[in-house]
Ligand binder design. Structure first.
Ligand code: ATP
Ligand code: MG
Length: 341
């Protein structure tokens, strides 16, 4: 019965909801603006994102997730509740949901995802680990007895796994991802130019001219903020090479974790992976040159998935058809879902 179940990717940077038979119907930044006196949420998603760095004393910007896990349960539940209500207006009654979770999450962390989503009136929740969803979303046949390496570089975490037979053979998760790049750019600009810039400015510069491998043509971006000494408005034109310098260490950290995981991967699977290459997904997979750098360092082909930031939610959406099996306790090796609540 298509058209009533949903998939949810509750990410550190964005919340995405996929509707069976329809595709992605919601994609909003994971952020809210809260009145600090009353605790009331005054804006969320895109509206709250616009307020980052522009709030007054009485409004604070809050993120329901930090480093891939739910850090503010009440806020996360509130946001999901509002978005679910929106969807229900488009005629869904008590849907079932496939929800993506980071790999290597604690039981408490997992429970927070389940409780958040069920508080919004979801009848049945099935979990899928992010790299499994990412691979499905990237169009990989993960059910084969064949190794696939997926690296999802998101906002709060980089999740990576070697998959075979719809399951995870080995995985790693590090809290170095897009947000880390933004923070490193903020620090770099402050150190070099005595200039204090905000999170949004750093992210905009990163998306506009950032790279982790030298661009063929140097690009520049004007960042605006205030002088750290005088407090006066100031700007600087920063180049793509400067952003590279600011974020290369973070990127190398991710690459070292990939290398370390490969060293521990069973040899048969390593053989498959070196033949096929590695698949990059997640919003931060779009940073210029990441594919080239990873390929050079791990010495294998690297493919960036199409629409990398949507792979997890699309893959979770594809896994909707496995809900019936997991509900009937038919836990076959081909079921990519990891648990049901
Ligand atoms: N073109 C781009 N170049 C570089 N980075 C980008 C680009 N577009 C988006 N990003 C970054 O991608 C990140 C968001 O990716 P994504 O939507 O996959 O994260 P998420 O799923 O919400 O987070 P997580 O999986 O870590 O919980 C942000 O840090 C954003 O700045
Ligand atoms: Mg993600």
């Amino acid at each position: 019965m298509p058209g009533k179940d949903i998939a949810i990717d509750l990410g550190t940077s964005s919340i995405k909801i996929y509707f069976d038979g329809k595709g992605i119907i919601l994609n909003e930044p994971s952020v809210a603006a809260v009145n600090t006196d009353s605790g009331e949420v005054i804006a969320m998603g895109g509206d709250a994102y616009k307020m980052i760095g522009r709030t007054s004393d009485r409004i604070s910007i809050r993120n329901p997730l930090t480093g891939g896990v739910i850090s503010d349960f009440d806020l996360a539940s509130y946001i999901i509740g509002v978005y679910m209500k929106k969807i229900k207006e488009s005629k869904v009654v008590m849907p079932r949901a496939v929800v993506s979770i980071p790999c290597q999450i604690t039981e408490v962390g997992k429970r927070a995802f389940v409780d958040t989503i069920s508080s919004a009136g979801v009848r049945k929740i099935c979990l899928i680990e992010e790299p499994v969803a990412a691979a499905l979303g990237a169009g990989v046949d993960i059910s084969a007895p064949h190794g696939t390496l997926v690296v999802d570089v998101g906002g709060g975490t980089t999740d990576m796994a070697v998959l075979s037979l719809s399951g995870i053979a080995i995985s790693r998760s590090v809290k170095t991802a897009g947000n880390t790049f933004d923070e490193s750019i903020i620090k770099y600009v402050r150190r070099k130019y005595n200039l204090i810039i905000g999170r949004r400015m750093a992210e905009t510069a990163k998306i506009a001219v950032g790279c982790v491998y030298p661009r063929e043509e140097l690009a520049t971006f004007r960042v605006k903020g205030r002088n750290a000494m005088t407090g006066l408005p100031q700007w600087a034109d920063i180049s793509s090479d400067e952003i590279l310098e600011a974020i290369i260490e973070d990127t190398m950290h991710i690459i070292h974790v990939i290398q370390e995981m490969l060293e521990k991967t069973p040899p048969e699977l390593v053989g498959d992976i070196y033949g096929d290459g590695l698949i990059l997904t997640g919003g931060s997979a779009q940073i210029y040159g990441l594919d080239k750098l990873v390929s050079k360092k791990v010495k294998m082909p690297v493919h960036t998935a199409e629409n990398p930031q949507d792979c997890v939610v699309l893959g979770a959406g594809k896994a909707i058809r496995f809900i019936d099996d997991i509900e009937n306790k038919a836990y076959g090796v081909v079921n990519p879902l990891s648990a049901a609540y």
